[in-house]
Design a protein around this ligand. Sequence first.
Ligand code: XMP
Length: 176
Amino acid sequence: MLQPGRTLLSSPRIQSRVAEMASEIRGHYGAELPVLLGLMNGALFFLSDLMRNLPPEAEFQCSVVGSYEGTASSGRLQGLDTIGENLRGRRILIVDDILDTGLTLSKVDERLLELGAEEVKICVLLSKRVPRRMEVTADWVGFEIENEFVVGYGLDHNGRYRSFEDIRVLDEVADK
Ligand code: XMP
């Protein structure tokens, strides 16, 4: 049975890194803020904490995309049609919870360019140290992590554990 185990990243550590990333993002864009495109559901808390550390003029939108079944990528990405056509001509900052195989971010990036976005950059809270299935370079990365399945702060296992304020490793525990 899989259950949340040790804490990998505490809530204060996450909050301070998110504030730091927002400051780097502000420094990069100056007054020309991009539209933040949050990939739901995993990026829910990261997007909202990032937004609270950006100027009030910052705009955001959300799309619901996903490829995960349990703890593995199915290799098929669903939900690309939830990306709004109103992003044509805009500078976009994709905000996602975690970069793993690279499938999600490469497909979303491709779709945004197809829709005519002026520029697309990527910001992820976590990046797993694994070989990518698709080539993706994130412009802002909160933390590099090993190849462990993590939950909390928006990340889930079959829809559960998203609301933990910290990020924990999912461990195999013996059934009672
Ligand atoms: P890809 O493989 O497309 O993965 O780069 C990105 C999406 O996969 C999910 N993912 C995880 N979700 N804990 C999770 O809760 C994990 O350790 C994990 N690894 C990948 C997530 O939805 C992410 O956006």
